[in-house]
Design a protein around this ligand. Sequence first.
Ligand code: 13P
Ligand code: MG
Ligand code: MG
Length: 365
Amino acid sequence: MEKLTISAIKADIGAVGGHTKPSKEVLEEVIKTVKSNKDIIEDFYVGFCGDDIHIIMTHFNGINNPKVHKIAFDAFLNATEIAKNQGLYGAGQDILKTAFSGNIKGMGPGIAEMEFVERPNEAVIVFPADKTEPGAFNLPLYYAFIEVSRSPGLILSPSMRKGVKFVIMDVSYTEKDKIIELYTPENYIDIASLLFNPHRFVVESIWLRENNEPIVSVSTTRLHNIAGRYVGKDDPIMIVRAQKPFLATEEICSVFAIAHYVGGDTRGSHNMALMPVKLNSQASTYLCNPMVSCIVMSIKNGKITSYIDGFDDPIFDEIRRKASEKSFYMREQGFIMPAMLPMEEIEYTALKEKIEELEKKFTTR
Ligand code: 13P
Ligand code: MG
Ligand code: MG
């Protein structure tokens, strides 16, 4: 059976008046480029979450396919020209290299990909996020795939009962991908021991133990490491397959009701509550509160036949209120940690340099 691939590729190539959202013209250019390559792919979806544009493509070319990656890269590159002409803020922010060398990884944009034989009723959920980092998915994934009291499918589904494989990446290691494979249920304490630090250890993928089918894929780009300087946090994107033999759509989406604190926000230097937002939401001008959106889709014969906005319901209106409240509480802390991230996570150097200068003036007595 031919394998279908889903490639979710995202980049921030400029936004209106700050890190808000892309302009209409920039989005149109992205869509135009992707459309003109319809011979390579089966189908596509383009949207944005804050200032990040995501291109979701379905195709039969496998993961890491140069032709598919190039479609996204060309789309972002062409649209960057428009962003520059419009004077958008951070135009071309995530385009760190302009000469395409066969794989979009390491060039700036974030990517999550997954390859599988399509089920008769393939349900796939894509979570694009903004103003945060890939480790923002650690806690939701822990709750969904390990914590029975949050995720009934872990005891009700015969396949999920057999456990999953977590592939966790150490993103502090920059030379190569450095990963560890751990299995539920027996390694769950070890998994938790790593996920505890979402700035360093990030879930990269999750696989069904029963048959090694892929369930989750998270973008694990290390943008600032590639660039060697601060160019924004690595706003992530995640693909999750839902329904039999995996978890139910609602078991996966409901773990975002935590509105847990994540790193990111203003200048990528703060902790605030991750807010589940509607599709194509602009970033909040309230200190760039971190946000995650949710596209729930059905796929048949490689085509995205239909989709819904996963966080557009009254329950998630309540969660948005809760996230606002949690963020307001955190902001009462002002600049004192944990409202601000620890020094090693603050990418601007001015504060670090000043502290080093002041350190020299300390005396002992
Ligand atoms: P982005 O990473 O979304 O570009 O945001 C950067 C920032 O500094 C917001 O204050
Ligand atoms: Mg930006
Ligand atoms: Mg962004």
